[in-house]
Ligand binder design. Structure first.
Ligand SMILES: [Zn+2]
Ligand SMILES: [Zn+2]
Length: 269
């Protein structure tokens, strides 16, 4: 079975939630409580003006009262913008495998979905009120296709640990929301951008749209335990020039590489 879990950004900061907890999230579930099974595929759908599917994953915790979920720290309860009954109630635990918050990152927009001959008659398009939607088989195939996955190959928990960790690493670094917040905080603190490894700052004079390309945001801590959702804080991130960032990721020893390179420049100064 496959599901769409919908959220309204006017009531809940969905982008903030997915950026902070790219591994495990919980979604309010008031329907299909006994139909949802472990391993079911789940799409996260953002409602509103920028609507569409923004993440994919699978169910790892059946609908559970909010007080007894496995990882209460990953509930993201502080991200409600209004006082909602949905903050309480049953929550389904979803392990995410891919997050795409913008069209640039490859989200599947409502417009795209509506243009699809199968999906145009799906509930999420016709009667988009609600939180949980069941996807019929053909709808699931169609949405998976739009997402860009070959039919029947939804990424799954069986992916080996290292790959999962690396993927979570990239997801967090790609999160446009975290990147934006980090660069802004860094600018405020240091009066501009520079590389935290080599100190390079020349590209910081580039006009605005280029600066964010010349400097990248790197996640310093690989996930110690991929089973446990870890919140990403701005302090976990470092601003690096594109050159150093590439070097840090030249092999899988990302954490070691980072401290090695930082150490080399520290000795010089
Ligand atoms: Zn650098
Ligand atoms: Zn990185």
């Amino acid at each position: 079975m496959a599901w769409i879990f919908q959220g309204n950004p006017a009531r809940y900061d969905i982008d903030g939630y997915l950026s902070r907890y790219p591994q495990r999230i919980y979604w309010y579930t008031n329907r299909y409580i006994h139909d949802i099974s472990i391993g079911d595929v789940a799409f996260i759908w953002r409602a509103g003006s920028d609507a569409g599917a923004v993440a994919i994953g699978h169910v790892v915790e059946l609908p559970t009262p909010v007080q007894s979920v496995k990882f209460p720290e990953a509930l993201g309860s502080d991200l409600w913008k209004t006082d909602e009954e949905a903050a309480d109630g049953l929550k389904t635990g979803i392990e995410l495998t891919d997050i795409r918050l913008t069209v640039d990152e490859g989200m599947v927009s409502r417009t795209q979905t509506k243009a699809d001959s199968v999906l145009r008659s799906s509930t999420i398009i016709r009667i988009p009120n609600g939180t949980v939607f069941r996807l019929e088989n053909e709808e699931f195939t169609a949405l998976t296709n739009l997402w860009g996955l070959p039919v029947g190959t939804v990424p799954h928990a069986s992916a080996i640990e290292g790959q999962r960790q690396l993927r979570s690493h990239y997801v967090r670094e790609r999160s446009s929301r975290l990147r934006h917040d980090k660069l802004q905080a860094f600018r405020q603190k240091h009066g501009g951008l520079h590389c935290e490894v080599c100190g390079f700052s020349k590209s910081a004079q580039f006009p605005a749209p280029f600066t964010d390309r010349a400097f990248e945001v790197h996640h310093k801590k690989p996930l110690a335990d991929a089973e446990k959702p870890v919140q990403t804080l701005l302090n976990d991130l470092a601003v690096l020039c594109a050159n150093c960032h590439r070097t840090v990721h030249s092999n899988s020893e990302v954490e070691k590489n980072y401290s090695l390179l930082v150490g080399i420049y520290e000795k010089k100064s």
